[in-house]
Design a protein around this ligand. Sequence first.
Ligand code: NAD
Length: 498
Amino acid sequence: MNKDVYHFINGQKTAGQGNQWVPLIDPLTNTAHKRVIYANSLDIEAAIDAAKTAFPSWASTTPSKRSQILFRFKYLLDQHTDALAHLVMEEHGKTLSDAKGSVQRGIAVVDYACGISKHLQTDFSASVGTNTDAYSLRQPLGVCVGITPFNFPIMIPLWMFPIAIACGNTFVLKPSERDPSVSVKLAELMQAAGLPDGVLNVVHGDKNAVDTLITHPDVKAVSAVGSTPVAKYIHDTAIQHHKRVQTFGGAKNHAVVMPDANMEHAANAIFGAAYGSAGERCMAISVAVIVGEKTVEEFINKFKALIPTLKIGAGSEPSVAMGPLITKEHRERVLGLINQGVNEGAKLIIDGRDFQSKVYPNGNFLGANLFDFVTPEMSIYKNEIFGPVLCIVRVNNFSEALALINNNPYGNGTAIFTSDASIAREFTLRVQAGMVGVNIPIPVPAAQFSFGGWKNSIFSDLHLHGPEGVQFYTKLKTVTSTWPTQAHGVEFKIPTGE
Ligand code: NAD
């Protein structure tokens, strides 16, 4: 196992000029298993400089040549899926199957980026005036920066840089400092696919590195994903420094269960969406909004029956469905919120607080937790918990369910479980959230669509990847041209549109 995690600057793995090595803590054992070098300002400067130098030549490389490199990159990702997923599992703690799923979700975006020639196609209008035509161009921005969270260390970087690079930009990625290795591996695979040096760079660090990146005069655009306060801070700071910005924050995702839902399916789906990846997903379902007393009873019975099937342990064990939380501190925060929920009067009907792994007694484990009788005033409802905790809020009808979701400050994803198409349609039209599932608990859009929430889950207009990704990473230019034709006896006129 490679225990030192380096930057990747201008085609080279390097420790740079800093000397701050920070241990990476294994979530299974709570011991340091690797270390990562943090960038100092000179390293960040070097990465931005490499990206700036590489930009003119990369921007003028034809889109089809860029996509040839991305095709090779996609092939390499397919070849290295197992190794990449192991790296994610090792540092994050999620199960291997979950990690593989996240690699596949990332590859789907690379697949989309391979079609960049088509995605960059623009409009042409002949004869907007006498002898005059108009067309638009989508051109790259320059050096773009990506800042990514710990919970999807491969998928979220792959939602950003392949699109940015396909559009002709160069990129500096600052992955989460908690699971940074896989980003460096991605940069190496891009290089192996034929990407010129300097087009993709990776630097490590925390807030200091982020601050240098998002205020640097040579950086043109910033994409960032993280908790809501951080997403808002990065957005506001980068805007003040005149960057194009898209930032994505935290979530509190609700699933409505209607009395006519297929209860077997709803319970199974919400179970996986609440506890998968130990609840450390921005699209995890953390609130089940259940309509009617009888529905609650039915749902809880089916849900409880699934608990014995939830094996908790090391992500490498094939039957394990839930691994440890990322850090000891995060586990303590989640535990604190669960205790607060109990103190505030919610009923903890499945209590996972005392779960202990026999094999990994020092791991950051928690069992599954289910609260009933949760109300919107409680801290377990108001806060993003980001752990294996599901809250049931009981409501009397569809309108109450919809109002609850629409009053919540977050608006990332949501879902409805019903067999009534008219209710499902009403929900999809009226709900205030960016991604909506009908009988699907985690409606992460396919790569040809764009990913993003509403309200406090986003601080910008354009979503990630898909058509909005291409829009974010390009600027529009519109050309109006005429060719004087005096030779043919036709007089040149300024176009008036008539
Ligand atoms: P985080 O906010 O702690 O960190 C995200 C990134 O920002 C990291 O690269 C980190 O180094 C950097 N950062 C941290 N503090 C900073 C600060 N004060 N100033 C500048 N940069 C800072 O988030 P996390 O714990 O790594 O990830 C979990 C959070 O991300 C959850 O809230 C989750 O909902 C959210 N998330 C959102 C989405 C989405 O699409 N909306 C997707 C995944 C995760």
